[in-house]
Each structure stands twice: as C-alpha cells, then as structure tokens.
Design a protein around this ligand. Structure first.
Ligand SMILES: CC(C)(COP(=O)(O)OP(=O)(O)OC[C@H]1O[C@@H](n2cnc3c(N)ncnc32)[C@H](O[C@H]2O[C@H](COP(=O)(O)OP(=O)(O)OP(=O)(O)O)[C@@H](O)[C@H]2O)[C@@H]1O)[C@@H](O)C(=O)NCCC(=O)NCCS
Ligand SMILES: Nc1ncnc2[nH]cnc12
Length: 288
C-alpha cells in the first residue's frame, strides 16, 4: 500500500476542527475573565468577592485546561460514552486543582464547556455546523439520558452546589445540562448575539449577557454563600439593570461598578453565571 493510501497518515479533518473547537473554549474563558466590572467576580481589575484567588489563579487554571477541551471535542467526534466524557472531566478537574493549589476556579466551566465541545465535535465529525439548535439536539441525542440519570443520582451529593440545590429546590449545574442548557440557549446567548447585532462593543455585549445569566440562572454559588435571599436579590438587581436599558444605557458601567462594590461587601459571587457567559462567548465564536 502506498504511503498516500495508508489510513491515518494525517489526522482527519475533524481532528483539526476538534482542536479549533477546544481552543475557542479556552479563549472564551479568557473573554469571561477579562470582562470588568463584573459584579463579585474575579477579573484583571481585582479579586471581587474572593480572598483565595485572583486573575493569575484563573490564568494558571486556563493554561492547565488547554488540552482538555480539544480532548472533549475529539471524544464527541468519536461517539464516546458519557462515562468517557466524565473521566476526561474528572482528569481535567484534577489538573485544574493542581495548577491552582487546590482552588476551584473552573469546575462548572469544565462541565458545561466540556459537554458543549463534545457535542460540537460530534456534529463536525458528521459534517454538520455547530449551530445552537444542532448543539442542543446533539447533547440530547448523545448524552441526554445519561445526564438525566446523573442528575437524579447526584441529587444526594455533598458538593456545595448539590447541597444548595437540595435545600432550596434549585436547578443546579446537573439539571441545566440534563435539559440541554435552557438558560444558556434561551437567555444568555440570545442576549449576547442580540447586543452584538445592535452594534454594542464586545465588552458591552458581554456585560449584557452576564446580567442576562444572573437574572435567569439558579446560581448555586450564590445560594451556597448567601442563601435563597442572596440568589433572589442578585436575580432582581440583574433584571432591574436589564430593564433600565442594560449595558447600552447611559451610566450602565457606573451601575455595574456600584453593584460590584455591593456584591463584594456581601461576599456574593455569581460563578455559575460567569460560566454561562463563557459558554455564550464560545457559542458566538463557533456556532453563530
Ligand atoms: C456537575 C458538576 C459541575 C458538579 O456540580 P454540583 O452542582 O454537584 O456542584 P458544585 O461542585 O458546586 O459545582 C457546580 C458548579 O457549576 C457552576 N454553577 C453553579 N450554578 C450553576 C447552574 N445553575 N447551572 C450551571 N452551572 C452552575 C459553578 O461553577 C463556577 O463557580 C465555581 C467557583 O465558585 P466559588 O464561589 O469559588 O465556589 P466554591 O469554591 O465551590 O465555594 P466557596 O468559595 O463559596 O466556598 C467554579 O467552578 C466556576 O466554574 C458551580 O461551582 C461537576 O463537578 C461534575 O459532575 N464533574 C464531573 C466531571 C465533568 O466535568 N464532566 C464533564 C463532562 S460529562
Ligand atoms: N471570574 C470568576 N470569578 C469568580 N468565580 C468564577 N467562576 C467562573 N468565573 C469566575
């Protein structure tokens, strides 16, 4: 057999595409990190409501994850089982924790963006575009049943998120995934896409998307730190911000900055909403 005919002489096209899908996830996490002001969250400006991490902790975490997201996309392209994705996710979490000295920077993001990369890899390997609708279908068809079973199994788990979800009857990360991320696809990504279509600058559009996430998500980080009252407060102020014209309104940046100060004073940190922003930035890059 000639060299040209040998199977696997060069990586298949979808392997390069998996690399691009995964790289877009790392870039999207950087998009999220670099947005400021961002109420209660870590940015290059400050550490928000956190005393154990700053932007350099997040950068170390990002660097440690650079191979994980292409791996998720390749697994998706190869038709991998949910168990294989979970194994990759746990290995990525372990690398993140080694890189950050045990601090949880991106556990939720590994889960959400990992699943999205896997779904996009699956689509690309079938010659399909990772549009929002196609991604939701691929998630449901590929791993929907396993995600539902996982959400039921983990209802008794002892993670911060599971405890908060149980105590307050919230839709945590597992349930969002089991329903193919309704908040991301129905609220956060549309807010980002619409803001860009209206001509807002990328940073303004990301601020709008972050507030859309804060308004709609049952963010278990908030409930863990500040109870149901803290979560509902954040959802209310986010809805008010959007109703007052959002990121395009005069004085929006000052209002976001004032909320940042208030959240820091109350130790509020919408980490789940930050993950939704990153996921929307990834979607904007790969699946318009
Ligand atoms: C499915 C898991 C993500 C586990 O989820 P679970 O709900 O059991 O609990 P947590 O371990 O608490 O993690 C959930 C993280 O998901 C983000 N999040 C919160 N609410 C939502 C929501 N409604 N929808 C989607 N995502 C949500 C959030 O992640 C971000 O915040 C973290 C940093 O916050 P911080 O304030 O520092 O929090 P902590 O250090 O935890 O506590 P304190 O400082 O307050 O004391 C950071 O992770 C952000 O990304 C939640 O934290 C998952 O662990 C799992 O099953 N993994 C398996 C492997 C895997 O990834 N598989 C992937 C493919 S199958
Ligand atoms: N920028 C950020 N600050 C704090 N927690 C987060 N979780 C995800 N992104 C975050």
């Amino acid at each position: 057999m000639s060299a040209l005919r040998q199977p696997c002489a060069s990586p298949p096209l979808w392997s390069e595409q998996a690399q691009a899908l995964g790289r877009a996830a790392t870039v999207a996490l950087h998009d999220e990190l670099s947005l400021a002001p961002k109420p209660g969250l870590v940015s290059f400006a400050d550490s928000g409501s956190h005393t154990d991490m700053d932007a350099s902790t997040f950068l170390r975490s990002l660097f440690s994850l650079r191979r994980a997201f292409p791996a998720f996309a390749r697994l998706g392209a190869a038709g991998a089982s949910f168990a294989a994705l979970e194994q990759e996710g746990l290995a990525a979490e372990a690398r993140m924790l080694r890189a950050t000295g045990g601090i949880n920077t991106h556990r939720g993001a590994i889960f959400t963006l990992g699943l999205l990369c896997a779904a996009a890899g699956r689509l690309r390997s079938n010659g399909q575009e990772p549009t929002p609708a196609a991604l939701r279908d691929a998630l449901r068809q590929g791993w929907g049943e396993a995600l539902v079973a996982r959400a039921q199994r983990s209802a008794g788990a002892m993670s911060n998120g599971a405890i908060a979800a149980r105590r307050h009857g919230l839709r945590g990360a597992g349930l969002e995934a089991a329903e193919a991320f309704p908040v991301l696809f129905e609220a956060v990504h549309p807010a980002l896409a619409d803001a860009l279509a209206r001509g807002l600058r990328p940073e303004q559009a990301r601020l709008e998307a972050l507030f859309a996430a804060m308004a709609a998500l049952d963010d278990t980080n908030l409930a863990h730190r500040a109870g149901l009252e803290g979560l509902r407060h954040v959802q209310r102020v986010a809805r008010d911000f959007l109703a007052a014209g959002g990121a395009a309104a005069p004085g929006a940046l000052e209002r976001a900055q004032a909320l940042h100060r208030e959240f820091v004073a109350r130790r509020l940190s919408p980490g789940g909403a930050a993950d939704m922003l990153a996921a929307a930035c990834w979607l904007q890059r790969v699946g318009r």
